[in-house]
Design a protein around this ligand. Sequence first.
Ligand SMILES: CC(C)(COP(=O)(O)OP(=O)(O)OC[C@H]1O[C@@H](n2cnc3c(N)ncnc32)[C@H](O)[C@@H]1OP(=O)(O)O)[C@@H](O)C(=O)NCCC(=O)NCCS
Length: 127
Amino acid sequence: MRAVIAERGWGWWCVDIGGKCAGFTGLSVPPYETPFTPCVEVGWRFRPQFWGRGYATEAARLALDYGFNTLQLPEIVSFTAVSNQRSRGVMERIGMQRDFAGDFAHSRIPEGHPLQSHVLYRLKRPR
Ligand SMILES: CC(C)(COP(=O)(O)OP(=O)(O)OC[C@H]1O[C@@H](n2cnc3c(N)ncnc32)[C@H](O)[C@@H]1OP(=O)(O)O)[C@@H](O)C(=O)NCCC(=O)NCCS
């Protein structure tokens, strides 16, 4: 993650809560092909003890602000396993909209695995 940030200037940022690394949130360019790549995705992963307090939502809003206002991206996407309600909750709280035509089987997850089916959310740069 540090290497990507050093090279590109942005990426998955550590979320520091009271001096502890609670997890990460940021922007990334998926290094594999899907029907909607190339794209920039916003994503997050937190230690379970930091769930349920709105940190992912707050950090994701900062990442979107950076993507739209600093990088001037026209659109940011996010995707997760259909069953990942917590991640989908973050997407919905930050105003992303599900692209119902965008459901896909993740190419890096084995055929038939319960996490293979993914949902796609999109958000365009606000005018
Ligand atoms: C996805 C993940 C980051 C979501 O964590 P989360 O705690 O549900 O999300 P947030 O930090 O936005 O917190 C939202 C919760 O905090 C509550 N909350 C408390 N204060 C809040 C505030 N000020 N603002 C927003 N929400 C607040 C919300 O009501 C919500 O509670 P609920 O779970 O009872 O609905 C976490 O589950 C995770 O790391 N999962 C494993 C990794 C993963 O799946 N990553 C995504 C892969 S695609």
